[in-house]
Design a protein around this ligand. Structure first.
Ligand code: C5P
Length: 237
């Protein structure tokens, strides 16, 4: 991925239960200022046509479906996602290196392909939750281990907490994409996020792209909110 491709760095999380409010928000956004993330809820309700509609409006889409299955199934799902013309897709690193290899291999057979990133450890999991599923060590140790596995499998990067970004950046080098949710501008409400960083602090800590939902989607003026965040991070880039 070329450095210039990191712009725009903001990915707006479109978390809506229906098409109309999502499209109303999208009509107030600009593909020059942000990309869009479509997750399991919207995709399950609205399907591929909705993703294609966003792409037709000029937006680059991160299809956040976090695939985790046998290698052949995940590779086929990645190919189906790539056929929608999305910009980025993801899977769970805990599916293992054979699963990640199969997905990357399948995408590399295409003339153009989406970026492929991995979820390492869900930030909702604390050390006790990891122990319950048989993982020893802290969340950060596990994130680093799975990030290394992801990098060895030749994927483009990972999704991680902004609080883990500095350790991952230090351990995995500059040429590895770090996408971080859990970002809140200083003036914004925390909502249900607890461990957050400001957009500028996240970038300074090593993040490349910022997933931001409610600070934009729930703002009285989403476009102004996005422009204010852009102005804040312009000091970094
Ligand atoms: O509204 P908010 O900015 O909290 O939205 C963040 C988006 O990133 C949501 O779509 C959420 O599901 C996702 N996400 C997250 N924390 C993670 C992983 C994903 O908030 N650790």
């Amino acid at each position: 991925m070329k450095v210039t491709d990191k712009h725009p760095r903001i990915i707006v999380a479109l978390d809506y239960p229906a098409r109309e409010p999502a499209l109303k928000l999208v009509s107030q956004l600009d593909p020059q200022l942000c990309r869009l993330k479509v997750g399991k809820e919207m995709f399950t309700r609205l399907g591929p046509a909705f993703v294609e509609l966003l792409a037709a409006k000029g937006f680059q889409v991160f299809l956040d479906l976090k695939f985790h299955d046998i290698p052949n199934t995940v590779a086929a799902a990645c190919e189906a996602a790539a056929d929608l013309g999305v910009w980025m897709i993801n899977l769970h690193a805990s599916g293992g290196s054979r699963m990640m290899d199969a997905a990357r291999d399948r995408l590399e057979q295409r003339a153009s392909r989406p970026l492929l990133v991995a979820v390492t450890i869900l930030t909702s999991l604390a050390e006790a939750d990891l122990a319950e599923i048989g993982y020893s060590g802290s969340p950060e140790e596990n994130v680093l281990r799975l990030a290394r596995l992801t990098q060895t499998a030749g994927l483009d990067g990972i999704v991680c907490s902004p609080l883990e970004a500095a350790a991952v950046r230090a351990g995995l080098g500059a040429d590895f994409l770090l996408v971080t949710p859990g970002v809140r501008p200083g003036s914004a409400a925390l909502n249900d996020q607890k461990r957050v960083m400001t957009p500028l602090a996240a970038l300074r800590g090593g993040a490349d792209m910022l997933v931001i939902g409610r600070p934009v989607t729930a703002a009285a003026n989403p476009r102004e909110s996005l422009q204010a965040i852009e102005a804040e991070i312009a000091r970094f880039v």
